[in-house]
Design a protein around this ligand. Structure first.
Ligand code: FMN
Length: 365
């Protein structure tokens, strides 16, 4: 079967993966209401095209944090790619090798596409491996704040010296969401997180046997991060105007409107529904991005029309990886970029700067 859209990749990936891996990727928290609404909410928005505008040349390029990207379509952080490999019964040793391969494949695909790739704290291959595999191109690092501040400091310093261009702090995981499928499937893996290696040598921390994410992180702690790094700080997981205003007040450089793909708190707003109030609250002072439920070029266009500077893809990248490795990730990015190009042409937008609020209307359906 030829794979011509992102949902084709989803269907094909389903056939490649074991049940527990499929559930791990696809699953949402509790009743998965927010996971599903992330997609449905995009479909409640209608487009208002403009014609007779000479769209013989359409330019999808834009910038984020001052860096050019070929299209406003980037890769969200996702951990534990080794689970995506089509063999659900791998040995721990092969898990590690596949994790290394998968993370580097994503990175290489992102580099080839000229877009940004956010590396997850839970990538169990080393940051050095990722950088060696794809030394060029834009990379940001996503941090789950560890309770041990020194560990965070060491990691951030490494990230900075390896040429990562921004620090993305995930806020929506003070505790892990209730993922029933993973509990039912008894998803337990003794993966070691190379990048969270304790300062005491050899004392790697096994995931699922620990609670590595700080439960006590507060707004006032952000100044500590600002004191130890010059990297721009992006907060991932903001859904309300109140938190968006606090983000501006605390001098961060960006926000990713996100509900973690519906994997954390269920029954929160779909990302695209939360975007409008966040964009209004920041009043253009910092950049706002979005992830969650983006599956078509029209979705990208809608997110930009409502004020996002770019979108990030979570699951679709893993579908590409599961179907065809690095090549699959490249195809997913190509398909979505081509769709976005078409969406721009059909709505009369020659450049990303021409995408604006008048292009969309919330449908009463
Ligand atoms: C399998 C999987 C692993 C994820 N791991 C992380 C992670 O390590 N850090 C993080 O901040 N978000 C993580 N996320 C959330 C994504 O970054 C992103 O917010 C979400 O997947 C976007 O929604 P989408 O999958 O509908 O595109 C993960 C999501 C999935 C599906």
């Amino acid at each position: 079967m030829s794979l011509v859209c992102l949902t084709d990749f989803q269907a094909h990936a389903r056939e490649q993966l074991s049940k527990s891996t499929r559930d791990f990727i696809e699953g949402g928290a509790d009743d998965s209401i927010t996971r599903d609404d992330n997609i449905a909410a995009f479909k409640r928005i209608r487009l208002r095209p403009r014609y007779l505008r000479d769209v013989s040349e359409v330019d999808t390029r834009t910038t984020i944090q001052g860096e050019e990207i070929s299209a406003p379509i980037c890769i969200a952080p996702t951990g534990f790619h080794c689970l995506v490999w089509p063999d659900g019964e791998m040995s721990t040793a092969r898990d590690k090798e596949n994790e290394r391969l998968n993370a580097t494949q994503q990175r290489r695909a992102a580099q080839a596409a000229g877009i940004c790739y956010i590396t997850s704290t839970f990538a169990s291959c080393s940051l050095e491996d990722i950088v060696i595999a794809a030394p060029e191109g834009l990379r940001w690092f996503q941090l789950y704040v560890h309770p041990d501040l020194q560990l965070n400091k060491q990691l951030i310093q490494r990230v900075e010296s390896l040429g990562f261009k921004a620090l993305v702090i995930t806020l929506d995981t003070p505790v892990c969401g209730n993922r029933r499928h993973d509990i039912r499937n008894q998803l337990r893996r003794n993966l070691t997180l190379t990048d969270l290696q304790s300062p005491k040598k050899g004392n790697a921390i096994p995931y699922f046997q620990m609670t590595p994410i700080s439960t006590s992180l507060c707004w006032n702690d952000l100044s500590w991060f600002q004191s130890i790094t010059r990297l721009p700080i992006i907060l991932k997981g903001i859904l309300t105007k109140e938190d968006a205003e606090l983000a501006v007040k605390h001098n961060v450089q960006g926000i990713i409107v996100s509900n973690h793909g519906g994997r954390q708190l269920d029954e929160v707003l779909a990302s695209i529904d939360a975007l409008t109030e966040v964009v209004a609250a920041v009043k253009g002072k910092i950049e706002v991005y979005l992830d969650g439920g983006v599956r078509t070029g029209n979705d990208v266009l809608k997110a930009l029309a409502l004020g996002a500077k770019c979108i990030f893809l979570g699951r679709p990248i893993l579908w590409g990886l599961a179907c065809k490795g690095e090549h699959g990730v490249k195809e997913v990015l190509n398909i979505l970029t081509n769709e976005f190009h078409t969406s721009m042409a059909l709505t009369g937008c020659r450049s990303v700067a021409e995408i604006n609020r008048n292009l969309v209307q919330f449908s009463r359906l």
